[in-house]
Write a protein that binds this ligand. Sequence first.
Ligand code: NAP
Ligand code: GLV
Length: 306
Amino acid sequence: MRIVFSATQTKVQPWLEAFRVALPQAQVQEWQPGAAPADYAVVWRPPQQLFDEQPRLKAIMNMGAGVDALLEMRTPPQAVIVRIDDGGMAVQMAEFVCHAVIRYFRELDVYERDVAQGTWSFRKPRRREEFPVGIMGLGVLGQRVAEAVAHFEFPLRGWSRTPRQVPGMRCFAGAEQFDEFLAGTRVLVCLLPLTPETEGIMNRRTLGRLMPQSYVINVARGAHLVEEDLVALLDDGHLAGATLDVFRTEPLPEGHPFWKHPKVTITPHTSARTLRDESVAQIAGKILALERGEPIAGVVDRNRGY
Ligand code: NAP
Ligand code: GLV
């Protein structure tokens, strides 16, 4: 079995070594132009040339949960596309989102500013019933986040494409229930995949339907958000603030309004990182299962886009 590996933003050698340990029967190489035909490609944002030169791949193993960038490329049509499901990302996402929700709800940013000025001040306690948390996307990450947020006893709402039932959560589904979901949400969390249907889903109209003084947490993809609409709604006071981990252009360009906006907290696409040990174990396990002809989790539906 031959496996080619191609990933940007990571050191290649430790991945190759880990795959060679996990799959001793396989020949694992970093992809180079002209590489011999492989059975599997393990990739994160690879060059198009890889797929053009590897028409016989059985599967493309994406080293992340989101496959939006991969689905924009020309990939061999028979190759199964497989995403990482959880692989240690869900707990990271849960801690990141809980931190953002609590920081907003407990006004910790305001206390930080006060303390920096040497001020000892108290804010009136807030009622958590007035801060329903609405999660868009109830998949692997959205459900884990919901479970974590539930510990803090906020009212929970969730929205998905197809109807879901999540204990302790009021669930909404489909375009027809989207406005109702938004209207009762005070903290909006985006954990949707980026697809033609979800591109720009957070815009002036939809964010304008949230409860007054709402907070936006985008940890999915930058293109879910119309950035100038968010800024307008923050500036006119409808929205209280935002925590953004993902952006239309990454790294966030110099001079972008988010860098210095007093109501925006940014992080550099780091809310849930791909972890090497967990990912290698998961990908290797899936490759072995595919070789045995067994079904695996995380197979992407190319038509659905996730
Ligand atoms: P997932 O398991 O595929 O779940 C996707 C969820 O979104 C499902 O509940 C799905 O509905 C829902 N959905 C899809 N299209 C929809 C639509 N048009 N309307 C309403 N709901 C829709 O994905 P995941 O593993 O939770 O990951 C979600 C996304 O997080 C990834 O695609 C990736 O872009 C992003 N991500 C970001 C980071 C980061 O560091 N910032 C890290 C990892 C992942 P159904 O339940 O009906 O299918
Ligand atoms: C990261 O953004 C991922 O999709 O895994």
